[in-house]
Write a protein that binds this ligand. Structure first.
Ligand code: HEM
Length: 158
């Protein structure tokens, strides 16, 4: 009996902790993607790159956090159960948008990794790509906002 109560309260705490983290990551992710867009817009020389890399680091943390806490919540039996989410068109839509964000992120991700390596090795960087990367970054923001709308609909079983 006491063991069951302890397990239940651990379960509730974990579910609460993951829900809190999932929302905190939303704040971090939106701030980071916005900061990366602003920083990329201003890139003229390598001296502007640290701001881009810092924002990009935080965006990477948010992306990992979203996937870990999101999948855990959806399929770890902590919320409404896997079946509920797999049958929710809002969840499918939300994951579809996440896939779209990932596609838009491919070129920035690859280019920024390359820039980091080239800068460390003192090689010349193709900074003329910065405006394109800025546009690809900006395009992700409305999709993330739309995902929030889908998430709240999903959570309410609409
Ligand atoms: C692999 C990625 C993700 C998965 C698997 C996932 C999954 C989930 C799950 C299972 C919930 C709980 C819903 C419920 O209470 O029944 C949730 C809530 C939420 N998610 Fe995600 N999520 C992911 C990424 C994201 C992203 C990228 C955003 C925002 C841009 C986001 C925004 C939200 C919001 C705002 C809630 C709270 C909804 C509410 O309680 O009203 N999620 N997510």
């Amino acid at each position: 009996m006491i063991r069951d109560q302890v397990l239940l309260s651990l379960f509730m705490s974990l579910s609460y902790l993951l829900a809190t983290l999932h929302l905190l990551i939303l704040a971090i992710g939106i701030a980071a993607v916005y900061a990366r867009w602003r920083a990329l817009r201003d890139v003229r020389t390598v001296a502007h790159l640290p701001a881009v890399f810092l924002a990009d680091n935080w965006y990477g943390v948010a992306a990992m956090g979203w996937v870990i806490t999101g999948l855990w919540r959806a399929f770890g039996g902590l919320e409404k159960g896997s079946e509920f989410y797999l049958e929710s068109h809002w969840f499918i839509g939300k994951m579809g948008l996440f896939a779209l964000v990932f596609l838009l992120e491919l070129l920035p991700m690859i280019t920024l990794v390359r820039w980091r390596i080239d800068r460390r090795k003192g090689r010349p960087l193709a900074l003329n790509r910065a405006p394109l990367l800025a546009r690809l970054t900006l395009a992700q923001i409305p999709l993330l906002v739309l995902m929030v709308g889908m998430a709240t609909a999903m959570a309410r079983g609409l």
